[in-house]
Design a protein around this ligand. Structure first.
Ligand SMILES: [Fe+2]
Length: 391
């Protein structure tokens, strides 16, 4: 009769040892690898690249883990593999931020996604990998004597318009593309996000030219609005940041909503007031502490609403900050029609203010001596030419 408790005690001890030691496999036993590969469903595309950074994004149909092989010229010997809190992300959205790149350098890259069939605690079941590349991109360089980029805006889910704009863009001389916001009426789902905007837009960028997204007021709306940054991620983790591209110091701002937070249609779910206050603090600090703001030949702000969006106290502090920083040009959209307001005694801003219309392309060409913007319509007809000499 005394043997039963002893057996029970032995079983408990064995179970405890098993928990400590993990499953009774040899440590060297291989994990299972099934003969199955993920499919790349979107991308890779590049977001808001810089002089030393590049953000590469792509999607797969099944959960996978990801890395990027890259290097200058045709070299692919460096690897960047993301981790979050010590774990390699497993999912269908893949984001790799490349860091410590050399300015003004053309890199090759190849994205790799390896399928994870079952995410067991021990010996997860894996699959094979899928690759895309090699593709190429060139980092920005503040020492470069010139930079050229194109801007389109307010495409509002019209994929015909996006395709027409893509046809109208001079890609040969466009180093990166800016979308000035309101790509949507509101954002419903991931598929909606790709179908109505990112898929046709990134197709034209051919895995090599970077997309700069300026958030519009319509991007704060809809059930998927809270996920948008996952699809246009920046190393800063926010919609406002700065880059140096040749002679231009670029400041991308988020003008938030155009309606007050307490507007009933938002049912108390908007809190842009404190968000914009944080952004203003960043903007004020940036223009004070970043030497390039005074040293670059030109300062250009990219933002959606030419009136700076809804602000409880009005845009005075923003305009003052831009004026004091010597901002040369603000390029915006929102109004769907072209407008140009020069600086002068009749306005409160000392920058040139351009509003790009809905079916227009703004082409910016900057040298150390001159900032030139030519706005054309879909037929290539010139709507406006603005030339700003170095001050
Ligand atoms: Fe807008």
């Amino acid at each position: 009769m005394k043997t039963l408790p002893m057996i029970a005690r032995a079983l408990i001890l064995f179970a405890a040892m098993a928990v400590v030691a993990g499953p009774a496999h040899a440590q060297s036993e291989p994990f299972k690898v099934y003969d199955t590969r993920p499919v790349i469903t979107e991308g890779p595309y590049l977001i808001a690249s810089g002089e030393r950074t590049a953000t590469i994004v792509w999607f797969t149909d099944t959960p996978s883990h990801a890395k990027v092989r890259y290097g200058p010229g045709n070299d692919l010997s460096a690897e960047a593999e993301p981790q979050v809190d010590g774990l390699v992300p497993v999912g269908t959205r893949h984001v790799v931020h490349l860091e410590d790149l050399a300015p003004g350098t053309t890199y090759s890259y190849e994205v790799v996604a390896t399928r994870v069939v079952k995410l067991n605690a021990y010996w997860p079941d894996k699959g094979l990998d899928v690759r895309s590349g090699p593709h190429h991109f060139t980092t920005f360089d503040r020492e470069s004597p010139s930079v050229s980029f194109s801007i389109v805006t307010d495409t509002h889910e019209d994929t015909g318009r996006i395709n027409d704009l893509n046809q109208a863009i001079d890609w040969e001389s466009t180093e990166f593309l800016v979308h000035g916001g309101d790509a949507f009426h509101w954002i419903d789902t991931e598929e909606h996000l790709f179908r109505a905007w990112l898929r046709p837009t990134t197709a034209a960028l051919a895995h090599s030219k970077s997309l700069f997204f300026v958030r519009g007021n319509h991007e704060l709306r809809g059930p998927f609005a809270r996920r948008l940054l996952d699809y246009v991620p920046t190393p800063e983790g926010r919609f406002y940041y700065a880059r140096d591209a040749g002679p231009v110091h670029l400041i991308v701002l988020d003008t938030g909503e155009d309606k007050p937070d307490d507007t009933n249609v938002y049912a108390e779910l908007n809190l842009t007031g404190p968000y914009r206050a944080e952004e203003l603090a960043w903007f004020q600090d940036h223009v004070k502490t970043e030497p390039r703001v005074s040293e670059a030949p030109f300062r250009v702000i990219l933002m959606h609403d030419p009136q700076w969006g809804w602000l409880a106290d009005g845009p005075g502090a923003w305009i003052e900050t831009a004026n004091e920083a010597g901002v040369d040009l603000v390029i915006s959209g929102h109004r769907h029609r072209f407008a140009y307001t020069p600086p002068g005694p009749d306005v409160d801003h000392s920058y040139h203010l351009l509003v790009i219309g809905q079916d227009q392309v703004g082409k910016v060409d900057a040298t150390a001596d001159e900032l030139r913007v030519v706005v054309t319509d879909l037929d290539g007809k010139v709507v406006h030419t603005l030339v700003i000499p170095r001050g």
